[in-house]
Design a protein around this ligand. Sequence first.
Ligand SMILES: *Cc1c(COP(=O)(O)O)cnc(C)c1O
Length: 370
Amino acid sequence: MQLIDLKAQYSQLKTKIDARIQTVLDHGQYIMGPEVTELEQKLSNYVGVKHAITCANGTDALQLCMMVLDIKVGDAVFCPTFTFYATAETIGYAGATPIFVESDDESFNICPNDLEKRIQAVIADGKLTPKAIVTVDLFGLPANYGKLQAIAKKYNLKLIEDAAQGFGGDIEGKKAGTFGDLATTSFFPAKPLGCYGDGGAIFTDNDDYASLLKSLRIHGKGANKYDNVRIGINSRLDTIQAAVLLEKLAAFPGELKARNLLASAYEQALGGKNNIKTPKVIRGYGSSWAQYTLVSENRDEIMTNLKCVGIPSMVYYATNMHQQTVFKDLNQDNGTFPIAEKLSKTVFSLPMHPYMTENDLNKIINATIK
Ligand SMILES: *Cc1c(COP(=O)(O)O)cnc(C)c1O
């Protein structure tokens, strides 16, 4: 059994994906071929945003946002401490100081109240310039954008939505990828919409940001690649990956339904059992179920039981950003993240993908509540 069964998905989509890849091999436009443009149009339609700009991976997508917003040394950028490293890494790579924020214990997402406190503390301290907030749609559930957008506006901060895990999620039908001034996603194979290698994209309604991004991802190009008007990077999505994604995006709405059915089946079978807390989707919100993440004081015991019968489970994430070696010098490890620290000690994720068999599901449930 796999946490995310990519082979099962491929066996369903094989004919179509193989044909798409063959088309690229036939036309030979491996870099910025027609599939890239086609995918960008389809992504912007699906998400409901004016511009989708693809790039090499989800980390570059965040880095490109930092470049667009001119985030640099002396700036403060706020992000959740309970997240994947790239969220904070790209703030540091830009030269800015990441200011970590506590989690909400129900949604696992950034806590708006704590965010506001930390913004006020940075302002009072006067050493850094508050510039932006990077929110994360952790495990597929959009963050609390009603409150987060109001805070961004109040303090005149840019909002970057890291939807690497959130692609496909929504709030009242408005899709993840539309909630920030800029939003990013990742097409890493295990993400809700994944390719067969690395890939990423940035979403924005802002025309200026979009044209800047199209330059930055190709060596700061002007009229062409050999007319260089700014310092950029080399971060394009391969045409073959775009071809794979076109077929996967077509299958995505059906897969999202299957993920939701699986989440409901888990909820029914596991809710309230064996000292387990199941993930709650807030009313009006939709999750893309990038992970199905449980909380339990008996985590280690349950994970051992699963392992004994050949069922994989994982801890995302055992180490918060404020606890990472690389960020020790920031001295933010001062006991003010009790919720995030508790989560890192009690969360674990079960297999979650759209091609789960009834048999495997029953096996997982039985071993989890044993
Ligand atoms: C996966 C992930 C990224 C980085 O994406 P890559 O494509 O692996 O570079 C960034 N943020 C979050 C929250 C992620 O889960």
